[in-house]
Design a protein around this ligand. Sequence first.
Ligand code: MOS
Length: 689
Amino acid sequence: MTTTAERAVGQPIGRVEGPDKVRGAARYAAEYPVGDDLAYAWVAQSPVARGTLTDVTVDPLVEADDVLAVLWHGNAPRLAEADDPELAVFQSDRISYRGQALALVVARTLEAARRAAATLQLDIEQEPHDSVLRTDHPELYTPEKVNPNFPSDTASGDVEAALAGAPVTVDVTYRTPPLHNSPMEPHATTALWADDDLVLYDSNQHPPGVAASIGGLFGLPADRVHVITEHVGGGFGSKGTARPNAVLAAMAAKVTGRPVRLALPRQALFSMVGHRTPTIQRVRLAATADGHLTAIDHDVVEQSSRLFEFAEQTAVSTRHMYAAANRRTGHRLVRLDMPTPRWMRAPGEAPGMVALECAMDELAVVLDLDPIELRVRNEPSVEPESGTPFSSRHYVECLRRGAERFGWHDRDPRPKQRREGDWWIGTGVAGATYPTMAQPSTARVRRLSGDSYEVSIAATDLGTGARTILTQIAADALEVPVSQVRMRIGDSTLPRASVAGGSSGSASWGWAVTGACRSLRESGREEATFDSSELIKQQEKDGKHAFGAHFAEVRVDAMTGEVRVSRLFGMYAAGRILNPRTARSQFLGGMIMGMGMALHEESVLDPAQGTWVNHDLAEYHIPVHADIESIEAEWLDEQDDQLNPMGSKGIGEIGIVGSPAAILNAIWHATGVRVRDLPARLDKILPHL
Ligand code: MOS
């Protein structure tokens, strides 16, 4: 019997695949040796935002040079209809966004493929395009639902009357720019056909999902597509579903009869794999003189593409953050000639909580009330819109304990009071939240010789530590040490797993792994399989969220307006923490991404070209080591038995929610300048200093 003290869950175990990664033995999608006849592919992307492609001509001199095939809609194999129109590559002459794949060169060497792609003549009939999001766009509409399945608009009470009658109101508009995921490992696929079966080494967040959608396109059942995703260098949502690289590689392998490798260059990630929609958010708050909210109104304008309706759930977290009798949230979309927005870490919550949590800070200033106290006074006892009790909510405790740990109590609330040399210094706070989800998955466990066990599930580890955590969970459920557990993941032929997304991986897969291991132990059999579908269906209800509080200290250069974040601190209540080492790394990673959102990251639109002009890490700025000074994450010991067998909430995304607002609020406190248009570049601060 394993005692609590010996349990693996809760221990700061190092990543089980860490030594392989350090030695370079861990293989990524573009690194598998698949034979001497391996060919390389390079994508020719559209130079225009809208039009038709009428012809593709290959320079005969270049063509002779090791080129095996040039594919485009004029000669490409027909695919079955795709659920995701961006996967219908080369199926029509329509150009729907700049950067769309128009042709693919397959060659014996990477250099030859790239050279030939650069010399392709693309005959295009260009059409006028529209790429600018604005609040007075004539084609704005209300989508039926926002992701994943929420009503677009909600309303209760009388917001206008409450606003008109309140002694204190705030009416502010915040803008967030388009953002792009930048996983360390760009999207890549190595594809080969074995007889009529397809093998894909592909970098993604959901091998069974990729197998099903690529299989569908090529007329194969999912079990005849083998997707191998042993290691992934980050995804953040951009690898949540199959991306065009997987289709293109599979198509090229089919046409040439060779294994084909397609590793997207970094630049292509800025058009072919998705982005976070820009948002324009108006928040109106009404409160009594003692700081009780009487109305909350959060109105969002955001974009999608002509191809696909992607409606980000930007105002959804506002539905459960604070109590107020009169409330309204709404989303309006316009479909532009741009790539389709996709998931990016905390889709919805990350931009939405910028507007809400900065507006709360602005309200605290008007009320002359401490921003923590304002939040505490508006703590709801149940979910304000659904009336559902929270399974657990320790938001106030995060604010209070965080304030102690950060050193908030002697803060002078007035802005622009503290100066050290050339630097204005200030502090800020903001709330964080993220839903707690679990999705059906199946796991299998087998007893091997010599007292060890093999546990299998088609999950993926994006670098988060999922493989390690599942090993810990299995060890406890089997009541054996972790050294006796061999975890197999990253392969679509293993028992079906849900996506590594929505911060739901550990909960979803851990549930299935626990079930399989317990069943094996209880039955005494050599093998057991467990499907969590029924249990998850029984437990589905609202009211499950992780909460947190973010604190920032910034200094702003009085001469240049440059912002430095001298301290960033997160206090979380996210259920049981399964592995403190990997969890801390998740929280800090999210917070660093939040810092990027506050200060550095923006995809800059050129409306004339209908594209973003910055498309590499030299010009799309993300925080680097030198930007990080003191950054810390801590958590409360939160017990919640209504979630899953581990008692865990998702932790992958909450770190990015609230940390940008904490930094923006600290910039105001340091300087008296409210930046309502992210990122807080120095040119937006300096003129007002
Ligand atoms: Mo995350 S944006 O749900 O992969």
